[in-house]
Write a protein that binds this ligand. Sequence first.
Ligand code: PLP
Length: 455
Amino acid sequence: MPSPTTLDFKLKQQLQAGQTTLWLNPDLGIRGSETDPSACAQMLDAEQRLQRFAPLLQQLYPELAASGGLIESPLRRIPAMGQQLLGQHAGAERLLLKCDHALPVAGSVKARGGIYEVLFFAEQLARQVGLLPDSQDSEADGRLADGYLGLAGTEAQALFGRYRIAVGSTGNLGLSIGIIAARLGFQVSVHMSRDAKLWKKNRLRDAGVEVVEHRGDYAAAVAEGRRQSDADPYGYFVDDENSEQLFYGYAVAALRLQRQLREAGIAVDRDHPLFVYIPCGVGGAPGGISYGLKGLFGDHVHCFFAEPVQAPCMLYALASGRVKPVSELGIELVTEADGLAVGCASELVAAKMKTLLSGIFTVADDELFRWLYQLHQHEKIDVEPSAAAGFGGPAWLTQSDAGRAYLQQQGLEPMMDRAHHLVWSTGGRFVPAAEQAGFIEHGRQLFADTAEQSR
Ligand SMILES: *Cc1c(COP(=O)(O)O)cnc(C)c1O
């Protein structure tokens, strides 16, 4: 690893002043940065595990019938939004949306990692006591006559009911873990940070989950959840800051996207680069997805994260060479993007992204609401504020000095009229209607004010 760098003076000033910026990763693609071959193996292993559980999930959640028990979201073209963001610039008609805001069961990108980790743990427990064969290749049969479907039965429920799964969350991770774990019969404690929305807590309580409210931020909720869980011999803590299971569960999205791109006739190769923009909190979701995409598409995919100006923790970690809290910059995590309100990045993810990530841009809350409104207005798609962060990407890349410098360095300029821009929308399905209407109205007003000023 190259020696730690110190934060560039100008960048530091921008972060402290809450100015939006695009940071380019100087370590992108340095030697030894190829995704290691085991990455694809672990992603495939996770995909196979989800396939094994698909019949059970289909039984537990009838809304998964159409997808055969897979929790997946559509890939859509959103040219009208492209027009809004880029006008006549190249790329407007090639804007794509990966619709994880519509993911069934959990309603956010956290379905991919959170639900996967609970299934992983359940499988491990069932194998240990012989309910399931002790490995996929094992000759021995498990005691459950109907295999994974039997995990919904009384014997498995009694087993799972002895354990308590705990997690610290700003909301959506708790939702995804709480919903699936309670359904399988686990006891569940979700430690919510002060950012968590009331409706998310209520939804969990309705599902029989213990919600512990903390006055501190996300890091404090995680720390307290971890402490309580570690003291419990039957406690299992889902560690959002360090979990490999979460990470590879998220990475499965890359395999699914690869198939969807192929079905849509969208090539990703030397002549057809793909730019992907994903909102980032602690880093697990965007990191896992990017890791998978780099493993599948290599240099032909360009991954960028989006962070609030009030919570640029991954930017701070990668640009300074060390994972540190953004409070050092005097930043206080005041943002409506509750899913992204994280002050300190995941060490695990920062290390994995060091040479794979192209860059990170920051967004102001007002921008989130304007994009949320525009998406509603022009595409009839509703997302939560966090999930709108990626919409800054196409303009940063094609219209800013830093973005143009990136395209030039990478030799991409001749290909830009064939490039696709993919914005990853990460949550929103279960936002109550009245709350969503408030977001849209706030965005509408901000949009009208901006139009007024630029007249
Ligand atoms: C959690 C979350 C993210 C970011 O995921 P991290 O793993 O925290 O980086 C993005 N959008 C939404 C809506 C989220 O809930």
